[in-house]
Write a protein that binds this ligand. Structure first.
Ligand code: MG
Length: 300
């Protein structure tokens, strides 16, 4: 069984210009949950002034919790700081995601802190979450390359991943934030990661900016990775290459996995329905080649 973490409602919509109503976001998440996806990242508890797309986090999570929380679904939420954590905790969020990167230039631009400082900030949040019995996932951005520093060394990734595990997180998502990773680099990085960590606790988060996402996923599978992040319909552009593709589409990942006989638990017609709904709301075509073909032919 391959675990897919659906990041469309958060990572996807955060990077789309259109700001949707809470009802539309809820409907999208609700359709996604009917497709068999078990892990759906709902929102981010950031200040609305910082990321207006996520400004309704509290309202949205309340709707998800009261109407979709059937016990067997995970609805993680991104938490940037202790204030966000307190809000999430009060609402009854059961899983949070924390984030850092391998590049100081990137974290400085993003959250005005060095990598070291992001871990100092996360320390307090992680400590509280552990005490409160809330699960923690970690995101490492710029794992393969940084828009400001270029190619990244695997030693930095190992170091940041190790620091995440020391915070008590259960899964680290290794992010190719600007979509520059290549299959050879991915294979080499995973071989290094394997020597320090159990691959069961690692996820890969690829972007299709340069068309390599599925190939990178195939290589990751061959090397023993069994968890992947993806975004329904390929939602979310790339803020570092205007107009370019961001997150790999869940439908494309499904087609690859399905072709190899890997179980995902996803019912593709239902997933396509969710993507179609949200793409119409933001008024843009899908980035997913599979979804385009599927919607045009009605066939897998
Ligand atoms: Mg992403």
């Amino acid at each position: 069984m391959i675990k897919i973490v659906e990041v469309g409602p958060r990572d996807g919509l955060q990077n789309e210009k259109t700001i949707l109503t809470t009802e539309d976001k809820f409907k999208f998440i609700s359709l996604l949950s009917l497709s068999g996806l078990k892990n759906i990242e709902v929102t981010s508890f950031v200040k609305a002034t910082a990321i207006p797309q996520m400004g309704d986090a509290t309202e949205l999570f309340k709707m998800v919790q009261s109407q979709l929380d059937f016990g067997h679904l995970n609805f993680p939420c991104l938490v940037p700081n202790i204030q966000g954590y307190e809000t999430a905790k009060k609402l009854g969020v059961k899983e949070i995601a924390l984030f850092s990167a391998t590049s100081d230039s990137f974290t400085k631009k993003n959250v005005n802190a060095t990598v070291e400082e992001t871990f100092n900030r996360m320390q307090e949040v992680a400590q509280e979450a552990r005490k409160d019995g809330i699960k923690i996932r970690g995101y490492v951005s710029t794992a393969f390359g940084c828009p400001y520093e270029g190619a990244m060394d695997v030693a930095k990734l190992i170091n940041v991943t190790d620091r995440f595990f020391k915070l008590g997180i259960y899964e680290v998502s290794v992010g190719d934030t600007i979509g520059v990773a290549t299959p050879g680099q991915v294979r080499s990085f995973i071989k290094h990661l394997k020597t320090s960590f159990d691959l069961k606790n690692l996820a890969m988060h690829f972007h299709d900016t340069r068309g390599m996402a599925l190939t990178n996923i195939l290589v990751s599978l061959e090397e023993g990775i069994s968890t992947f992040d993806s975004s329904a319909g390929g939602l979310g552009g790339c803020p570092y290459a205007k107009g370019a593709t961001g997150n790999v589409a869940t439908e494309d990942v499904w087609y690859l996995l399905h072709s190899m006989g890997c179980e995902t638990g996803i019912e593709i017609s239902k997933l396509a329905e969710a993507s179609k709904f949200i793409l119409e709301k933001i008024n843009r075509p899908t980035e997913s080649k599979f979804l385009r073909a599927y919607l045009n032919t009605g066939k897998v």
